[in-house]
Design a protein around this ligand. Structure first.
Ligand SMILES: Nc1nc2c(c(=O)[nH]1)N[C@H]1C(S)=C(S)[C@@H](COP(=O)(O)O)O[C@H]1N2
Ligand SMILES: [Mo]
Length: 185
């Protein structure tokens, strides 16, 4: 059986807060999500549009590169698969960049976004995700270190080339697999 705690990690029961020192305050009436780039049907969803999409609940563990892990987070939101079905990426779209309201960006291969545990979450343990943790909506990609899970996400772009994000150009590993300890470099 696969161990639950990746190498070099320590379990924590609390949920630490990490950001660039800026926590954008986005009212639901002002919230939108744009999905653009190499897709057949680009979209901009407002809050009601987003809530009208199929909603799922997914339980997953968080692994942060700063060595904390937090088990059994109950997320609710829209699965990556639902978004992919709506926009239909073009065959040459192999990479994704998430863009956030604080200026943060992070990149993943499309194949990582396709995992069935990936979602855009608005709820954690039955409560709306707080502003400090990236609400109204944040990305959750459980199989990668948590810096790949963009808080306050406002836009997703599909690209043919891989465009490194905020931490990726500052020495973090491009791939971020906690089981391979892809932390830096
Ligand atoms: N928009 C945005 N998303 C972000 C960050 C950030 O600074 N801005 N930090 C990343 C990092 S390094 C981590 S560990 C997690 C922290 O999420 P949390 O504060 O909810 O624990 O968010 C990731 N997503
Ligand atoms: Mo992190």
């Amino acid at each position: 059986m696969k161990k639950r705690l990746p190498p070099g990690q320590t379990e924590t029961k609390k949920w630490p807060i990490l950001d660039l020192g800026l926590q954008p305050d986005i009212a639901l009436k002002d919230w939108s999500l744009e999905v653009a780039g190499l897709v057949e049907k680009p979209v901009v969803w407002n809050w009601d549009d987003f809530q009208a999409l199929e909603q799922v609940e997914i339980i997953s563990d968080i692994h942060c590169v700063t060595t904390w892990s937090r088990y059994d987070n109950i997320w609710r939101g829209v699965a990556a698969g639902t978004i992919l079905k709506a926009v239909n990426p073009l065959p040459k779209a192999n990479f994704i960049v998430f863009h956030s309201h604080d200026g943060y960006t992070t990149n993943v291969p499309l194949n990582r976004f396709k995992d069935d545990d990936v979602l855009l979450a608005h709820t954690w343990q039955g409560e709306p995700i707080g502003r400090e943790h990236g609400g109204p909506v944040r990305v959750v990609i459980p199989k990668l270190y948590f810096w790949k899970s963009a808080k306050w996400v406002r836009k997703i772009t599909f690209n043919d080339i891989d465009v490194p994000g905020y931490w990726e150009v500052r020495g973090y590993h491009n791939d971020a697999d906690p089981w391979r300890e892809e932390r830096y470099g």
